[in-house]
Design a protein around this ligand. Structure first.
Ligand code: F6R
Length: 243
């Protein structure tokens, strides 16, 4: 695992956008993995800037989202599908239908999870997966205790994650859904390049476990230590507990 410490989120975003620009130049039909939450926002802004400057096209690319809340109305602004459309997909030139996400409102959630796994496989797998990390060490919504061999499935969010995400729901923790559908740890590990970004001291403990801890389902991100190509980009505050 390569750990890169950068001064701030802007510098991290530049490096990740460089990598995505290189990937799309070499393979315009590459498959990207998109995360939601605050961590990737500077990356998405940088990608939009480069797209507007004519440097990057997503016209032949495809993308898969990591996760989705269960039970939010289709038009809810915090439904991850809407967040991704707002933050990146709707601001660049992805073809219609090229960005897919798990369906958190499917009648048959179990069947929808299996179909999502199949869709990723049919696309040839993810070339570059952007990841954030939860304060409890989750990646996607694989909360502590998640099977290291898990695939896309329904999960229950921890109280900590619901508290952390209440900021997106007018600070009303009760408005944060209890359940989600999420790519599993094995699904994420199938991507060819993992790029995790973390900033701020609230992430320092999780980053410490990710980089220096034992691989354990209790700190799910630690599975990344087994990935042949994992890059972790952090600012000094997120790196503050590294030895
Ligand atoms: C979101 C996701 C989560 C977030 C994590 C960090 O799609 O997969 O794992 O990356 O909760 O969230 P932020 O970036 O908001 O701190």
């Amino acid at each position: 695992m390569e750990v890169v410490i950068q001064p701030d989120a802007g510098a991290i975003a530049t490096l990740v956008a460089d990598e995505i620009e290189r990937l799309l130049a070499a393979r315009p039909d590459a498959v990207l993995g998109l995360a939601t939450g605050s961590s990737p926002l500077a990356i998405y802004d940088e990608l939009v800037r480069r797209h507007e400057a004519g440097r990057i096209s997503f016209a032949r690319a495809r993308a898969f989202m990591l996760d989705e809340y269960v039970g939010l109305p289709d038009a809810h602004p915090e439904r991850y599908r809407n967040v991704i459309d707002r933050e990146i997909a709707g601001r660049v030139d992805f073809a219609p239908g090229a960005v897919q996400g798990p369906d958190g409102n499917a009648e048959d959630l179990v069947g929808a999870c299996a179909a999502y796994e199949q869709a990723i496989a049919d696309a040839g797998g993810v070339d570059l997966q952007i990841l954030g990390i939860g304060t409890d060490g989750h990646i996607a919504f694989n909360e502590p205790g998640s099977s290291l061999g898990s695939r896309t499935r329904i999960k229950t969010l921890t109280s900590q994650t619901r508290l952390d995400n209440a900021r997106f729901f007018d600070d009303d923790v009760d408005a944060v859904p209890v359940h989600c559908v999420t790519q599993g740890l094995a699904t994420i590990m199938s991507a060819r390049h993992l790029v995790l970004v973390a900033t701020g001291s609230a992430k320092a403990e999780a980053v410490h476990h990710l980089v220096e801890g034992s691989v354990s389902a209790m700190w799910p991100a630690t599975i990344m230590q087994h990935h042949p190509r994992a890059t972790v980009l952090v600012d000094p505050a997120a790196a503050s507990r590294l030895q």
